[in-house]
Design a protein around this ligand. Structure first.
Ligand SMILES: [Zn+2]
Length: 192
């Protein structure tokens, strides 16, 4: 019987079968920063286990890991959401929740952003009433406009969801994710 290998990939694969995030598990085993997307060997993809096919598939661009790696060169970079139109550049919007809201609507806000198809809230994007939304340069203005118009109904009144929308470069956005992640780790320890 061959000796069972215990590579980080296999451990992560096993973690994924137990419901954890495959790419994140691999990144944490490899000791790399989860916030560094394009610079890691996953090409910015967020692969998760798909039960129906027993394969790993990117939650963003929907490509299968085996397909993305089917090349002599490094892994094909993630094209992101379909709404990004194949644009692999990233920009961010820093959104400040409207302080007039009686309680945080940040989860609903993140859901609305995802629902536009042209933005998403990455992991560790939320802290202290602020939400970082990732988008692509070609569609970020549209996303900013839509978020600025978004309202929540509170006691029968329409209340704006956000009090400010600031556009950030990819670098500035990733720096905020890294800060948020560090704050999370300081409070709760390394994420699993
Ligand atoms: Zn992808």
């Amino acid at each position: 019987m061959p000796k069972k290998q215990s590579t980080s990939a296999q451990r992560a694969r096993e973690a994924a079968r137990q419901g954890a995030k495959y790419t994140q598990a691999l990144r944490s085993h490899a000791g790399t920063a989860a916030s560094v997307r394009e610079d890691d060997r996953f090409g910015g993809h967020e692969f998760e286990y798909e039960q129906a096919t027993d394969l790993f598939r990117c939650t963003e661009c929907r490509v299968y890991e085996v397909t993305a790696r089917d090349t002599d060169r490094p892994i094909r970079p993630c094209a992101g959401l379909a709404g990004y139109g194949g644009d692999t550049e990233r920009v961010y919007l820093l959104l400040t929740e409207n302080p007039a809201l009686p309680y945080s609507h940040v989860a609903a806000l993140a859901g609305h952003i995802r629902g536009t198809g042209i933005g998403r809230a990455p992991r560790f994007s939320c802290r202290d009433g602020r939400l970082l939304a990732e988008s692509a340069p070609s569609v970020v203005a549209d996303l900013a406009r839509r978020v600025a118009l978004l309202t929540f109904t509170v006691d029968g009144r329409e209340v704006p969801a956000v009090s400010s929308v600031d556009q950030l470069t990819a670098e500035a956005g990733r720096a905020i994710i890294a800060e948020n992640r560090a704050a999370y780790v300081a409070e709760y320890g390394e994420p699993t």
